[in-house]
Design a protein around this ligand. Sequence first.
Ligand code: GDP
Length: 252
Amino acid sequence: MRGLDYIFFINQFPLFIIWYCLLSFALLHIQTSNLKPHYFCSNMEIIDAKYLISSPSVAECPKPDRPEYAFIGRSNVGKSSLINMICNKKEVAKVSSSPGKTQMINHFSITSADRKSWYLVDLPGYGYAKRSLAQRKTWQKMIMGYIKERQNLVNLFVLIDSRLDPQKIDLEFINQLGEWQVPFALVFTKADKSTQRETAANVKNFLATMRQSWQFLPPHFVTSAVKHLGSKALLNYIDTLNIEFYKESQSQ
Ligand code: GDP
C-alpha cells in the first residue's frame, strides 16, 4: 500500500466499522421481524393463479380448507381487470365471464411466494340491467347463501367505481353486509381515469356517506388496473389476514 492510500484507509477505518455495524443490525432486524414480507413485498407475490371451478351454490364450492377472499361489485366496475392485476396474469379472470359462468361462484386457486395457498373468488356482480326478476332472485339466493355460510370466507372486497358519486345500489349492498356482519373492505377502481384530487374527493365523499349509518369504516384501497396501482397494498392486506387465519386454525 502506498503512503497516501495507507493514510486514507486508516482515516476511513472507523467509518467502515460503523457502516458494517449498521448493515448487520438492519439485516438481523429484517430476519427476525414479523414485517419481513412488507420490507421486500415479495412473500405476497402471486406465483401461481389457476381457475378451479364454477359452482351454482355454496354447497358445491371446494372444500373450505384454506382462507378465501371474494370480489364483488356492480357490472363493469373493473372486477376482472382488478383480479388480473393482482394475479399478475393477463386473462385469469376471463374464464369467469365466459358463457355459463357469469352467474356462478368462480373459484381460483392461488399460491403466493411464501408457498401459502388461498382461494380467490370472483362473484357475479349486481346491477345488471339485462337480468330478469327471476335471475335477480336466483342471484340473491346464491350470494346470500355464499356470503352467510361460507366458513372460510375471510374477507369480501366490494369494488366501487372511484369516478362516481355514492351509488344507491352499492350503499344498499354494503348495508346488507353490515346486517349479515360480514367482514369487508372497499376497493375503489379506475383511479387513473380522474385526477388524484378528484379521486380523493370521491373516496372521501363515499366514506362520509357511509359514516352516516356506520360507526366504524372498513379498510379501503384505491386501485387502477391500467396503472397497476394498489395491487401491493391489497396483497399485503390479504397476507396479514392469511397470517391470522393460519394462526387461528393452528390454535384450534
Ligand atoms: P367487470 O365487468 O367488473 O369485470 O369489469 P372489467 O374488468 O371487464 O372492466 C370494464 C371496463 O372498464 C373495461 O373496458 C376495462 O378495460 C375498463 N377498466 C377496468 N379497470 C380499469 C382501470 O383501472 N382503468 C381504466 N382506465 N379502465 C379500466
